[in-house]
Design a protein around this ligand. Structure first.
Ligand code: E4P
Ligand code: PEP
Length: 392
């Protein structure tokens, strides 16, 4: 039997009734040489967020640790005495693809953090979802085997297991929240969340921020627009009535509390940079105007990568140094407490590689990014020690 599913709505009605039916429909479609153009929608049920959280639980002790890290970042954004003298440093690979290398990086970062934590609040970038400009690998959560099979069930399990291991090391974790549904599987492990340049204008993401339990950094748009991010801060600080899902996978009406703990992430845009003194001051002025009517943190962090580095990874190093000089009022700058921190794309080896690796045999090089180019661990360690000195 073949049911041709031409419209998404009828596909959903039909296939949600039975997974077997969905499988049958897609395999029939695959075998049907007369209909090569029209693909059918296959709907495969997934373990619920509650079930995965039960299978890979966060202990009470670690939940307290995550709460403490979230509070430290919030205090830093709110100029609370113990934290406000620290620089928030979000550092780690563009994307996680190999558990062994991610844990190796995490161990190194934790050891360094233990030495520098009096002046730096170090958070590891642990991105398992990647937004793409058009197409490309979408991250460990979507395609853990990197073969296009899109085994999201395995991807969510491997992502949660890996993040849990990193939390167990004592690290605060940063993620980009791309799908509100993915967040239901991972949110309890995360101390800081990014909303990317491609989604800061999306109402769905603003609704999601308004009920996330951690501080959120919102990127300026890919065109460099900062107003997008300010609008997102205003919108997500308020309560929303919106559609969502509960931990059991039930579609639900949500009444959200609003999230007051957001800030801007400056990442440059359209090949222009925005980490210089004038751009940062202009952003903070725009933010302060908006903060007159809304309670917003007048704080930015600078993403030293992306359009700020023109995707040349080594440029992140002088950019980070310049930003911290501005924060501290060094080298002729006026001190600027509105600069809360920096973000780095950093991994074990410098640069990046294609999905099939740089080698003839298609092997991936260990510790080398398969998405954006990163600075190496050695460069990262040297840089963070220098920033620690500058923060004295
Ligand atoms: O940070 C990673 C990338 O810049 C982002 O995911 C967009 O990637 P793409 O333009 O290669 O798709
Ligand atoms: C995709 C990212 O950044 P942006 O949204 O700024 O492009 C990222 O930080 O991985």
């Amino acid at each position: 039997m073949t049911t041709r599913l031409n419209k998404q709505d009828s596909a959903l009605t039909d296939t949600c009734q039975s997974t077997d039916h969905a499988r049958e429909t897609s395999s029939d479609a695959a075998n049907d040489a007369d209909q090569p153009l029209q693909k059918s929608l296959a709907v495969r049920p997934l373990e619920t967020p509650r079930a995965l959280k039960h299978r890979l639980p966060l202990s009470d002790h670690l939940a307290l640790q995550v709460d403490k890290h979230r509070q430290q970042i919030t205090d830093l954004l709110s100029n609370k005495p113990n934290e406000s003298n620290k620089l928030l440093v979000i550092t780690g690979p563009c994307s996680l693809h190999d558990e062994k290398a991610a844990l190796d990086y995490g161990r190194r970062l934790k050891a360094l953090n233990d030495q520098l934590s009096d002046r730096l609040m170090i958070v590891m970038r642990t991105y398992v979802e990647k937004p793409r400009t058009t197409t490309g690998w979408k991250g460990l959560a979507y395609d853990p085997e990197r073969d296009g099979s899109g085994n999201i069930e395995l991807g969510l399990t491997r992502s949660r297991a890996l993040l849990l291991n990193l939390v167990e090391m004592g690290l605060p974790l940063a993620i980009e929240a791309l799908s509100p549904m993915t967040m239901l599987y991972l949110d309890d492990l995360i101390s800081w969340t990014a909303i990317g340049a491609r989604t800061s204008e999306s109402q769905i993401h603003r609704e999601m921020i308004s009920h996330l339990g951690m501080p959120v950094g919102i990127k300026n748009g890919t065109d460099g627009s900062v107003q997008n991010a300010i609008n997102a801060m205003i919108s997500s600080s308020r309560s929303h009535h919106c559609l969502g899902m509960d931990l059991d996978g039930q579609i639900a009406m949500l009444d959200t509390p609003g999230n007051p703990d957001t800030h801007i992430v400056l990442r440059g845009g359209r090949n222009l940079t925005n980490y210089d003194e004038t751009s940062i001051k202009a952003t903070l002025e725009q933010l302060e105007k908006a903060a007159k009517s809304d309670q917003l943190h007048p704080k930015v962090i600078v993403d030293c990568s992306h359009d700020n580095s023109q995707k040349q990874h080594e440029r992140q190093i002088p950019i980070a140094q310049k930003v911290v000089e501005q924060r501290k009022g060094l080298n002729g700058h006026q001190a600027n407490q509105g600069i809360a921190g920096i973000m780095l794309e950093s991994f074990i080896e410098p640069g990046n590689q294609g999905m099939n690796g740089p080698n003839k045999d298609g092997q991936l090089t260990y510790g080398l990014s398969i998405t954006d180019a990163c600075i190496s661990w050695n460069q990262t360690e040297t840089l963070l020690r220098e920033l620690h000195e500058l923060m004295a």
